[in-house]
Design a protein around this ligand. Structure first.
Ligand SMILES: Nc1ncnc2c1ncn2[C@@H]1O[C@H](COP(=O)(O)OP(=O)(O)OP(=O)(O)O)[C@@H](O)[C@H]1O
Length: 229
């Protein structure tokens, strides 16, 4: 599908740039990235360590400023928004899964999935029903009361997946979501993640080093010398 023809893109990046300066040396990490992701499309973002995958996901997730070019999320030009409006756009449209789970340590599995839903305005009853449905689908029905420290690495990542999908985001951003797990667990968790993303109808942009896992997604893009190939 031609990127130019993709009118209803969930994400559209146009000539996205980002440079960092350290010790007087400037590194141009993103040098004009163009990307359009269709609704429901799952895109693997491949690239060697240091190529800028995390930097790109931070841009799309509206987590950091300092970018040149244009970032549109679901048709909204994010660069035209102030900080509060960006926060609302992120909260309403985007779910995140990181390499390390970033769960709240003092809350159990179900509470970690309930909280972002309550922030988004759901009632506790609705939020608990959705959290239970997701955690059950991820095989964690017997672990709802466990805190992160009482869960294995794979189980922690599954809770993080449930949290990311709880508000039915238009877009899920995942940065090496299984990079911290052994190969077998990584395959299982990624398979469940992709199945749930498909079930939710979300689009996803998934950064990974793993070519094999990338090939199970709808499309692969590669970050090389600051642009996508
Ligand atoms: N805040 C920052 N200040 C200075 N340099 C930075 C900053 N953030 C990232 N960089 C540099 O930008 C480059 C890209 O980093 P980034 O983390 O996006 O790569 P990556 O492809 O996600 O790598 P990895 O696969 O190892 O996670 C690296 O050279 C990094 O050192």
């Amino acid at each position: 599908m031609s990127e130019m023809m993709l009118r209803d893109a969930v994400v559209r990046l146009t000539l996205l740039t980002r440079s960092f300066e350290q010790g007087g040396v400037r590194i141009d990490v993103l040098r004009g990235v163009n990307l359009a992701v269709a609704p429901g499309e799952i895109v693997a973002l491949l690239g060697p360590s240091g190529s800028g995958k995390s930097t790109l996901l931070q841009a799309v997730g509206l987590l950091e400023g300092g970018f040149g070019g244009r970032i549109e999320i679901d048709g909204v030009d994010a660069s035209a928004l102030d900080g509060d409006a960006r926060t609302v756009l992120r909260r309403d449209k985007v779910g995140f899964v990181y390499q390390f789970h970033h769960l709240l340590p003092d809350f159990n599995a179900i509470e970690n999935v309930v909280l972002p839903q309550m922030v988004a305005g759901k009632t506790r009853g609705e939020a608990e029903a959705r959290a239970t449905e997701l955690l059950d689908a991820l095989g964690l029905g017997a672990r709802l009361d466990h805190r992160p420290s009482q869960l294995s690495g794979g189980e922690q990542q599954r809770v993080a997946v449930a949290r990311a999908l709880a508000n039915r985001p238009t877009l899920v951003l995942a940065d090496e979501p299984t990079g911290n797990l052994d190969e077998k667990t990584a395959d299982t968790v990624l398979g469940q993640f992709l199945e749930l993303v498909r079930g939710t109808g979300s689009a996803a942009l998934v950064a990974t080093h793993n070519e094999r896992l990338a090939l199970s997604m709808d499309r692969v893009v590669r970050l090389h010398e600051g642009v996508l190939q």
